[in-house]
Design a protein around this ligand. Sequence first.
Ligand SMILES: [Zn+2]
Length: 437
Amino acid sequence: MSFRGEQIVSRAIRTPEVLGCARCLRDDVVDKMRRVWAPGDGIALVDRLMHRARPMEADADGWEQVQNAARRFRAPLTAIFARIEDGTLRAGQHPSIEGYGGIFIATAEVERLFRHPQHVGLAPSAFGVGVKTKGAIQSLIDQGYMSVTASASKGIATLNMRGSAFGPAHLLRRTKVAVMSDSGLIDFAEAFWPADQHERGFQPEPGCSEPTFVGSAADIAFFASSFFNFAASALRKGGDSKATACFVRAPHDDGSMSSHVVPLCQPSVHVEAHHGYRVHLSHRAKSAIDSEIKSNAPTGSAKDETGGILLGEIDDALGIISIDAATGPPPDSKKSPELFECGIEGTHALCAFHAKESGNSTKFVGVWHTHPVSMPRPSMVDLRAMAQILHLQEKTPRHVVMLIVGHAATRPSWRFHLFRRNEFQVVTLAVEESVDE
Ligand SMILES: [Zn+2]
């Protein structure tokens, strides 16, 4: 408000020390300012509010006293009064409470009007997200993850919301995969997941007994508060992303400081048929398989089996199979209604490319193929192919995944099977058929 041509904050006028004669002060002040602190004005205000208030039931749900609502939602009283007076906030008159205490307002409307913090800053936003959204702060502490480089030049924080498919370790893996495929984050890839050791080694080796962090408490405070604000704003905004990673570069010698927020796509989750592993199938892999199945119909016959290879990582400790990418059939594959024989041409180079691009996180994990008109159950041919991969080649993997898309021509149903090398016994049969290890 302004007083005698000068902008002033209202708090100053409540305890004023204003010089002037009584007459000209009165001329200046009366009708120009609302003195809610004066008893007369207070009574007039209550009258105006009561005039707006509609009679209500004594114990109606969803209503509360003005003072309580103001405190709970950190809403300024003057703003609440203004909303009642301009009709945007409904007021009710309690049947048995007289005066100001009998004026109730609709909780849901107060929440809608005032829920978002009115001020920018750490404490109000923390208050807003922590108290209002049912333990969001707790989940931030439980599931948030922050790491900072030894020189405190870069930091990564991740936020995993309720309903996300990721556990902490897997969230970190997903962050790595996202960093590796983003050319704008090369410096983070080098700092957090280096291919080679850049720093000179020293004795004793870096470990818990040897401090390697050379930043200061101020650096940590910088990252902690940056990430806290990132998390608070992500929680406040909501949005579709259930998991998000935030990358922050600290101001350093060159003076640049920047941050990137990257949503981490949720995988579709399947349960593997034999061992109960959770399969996290990336959107990219799923659409590659879907489009190969679709394009198989016009180019060949919908009755022909098709397939390709699966790339990702198997984590036995977590019981999770991550499928990051899938390919269509290599050029030397053979398709027929009874059989898909996955070729090998170009697969070695392809696997090497993915392994390099992902910092060795996306590797060959198995194969996929369709059963156009039958169940997604491994046939004898399929089992023989698994035995072949697990036992009868030069470098055999410990386990391999086989995805079968059953009834692919009509109602595709996806089933993952994990086969371990020790689940196949090599039996030497007498006479014609003999298999050497
Ligand atoms: Zn099959």
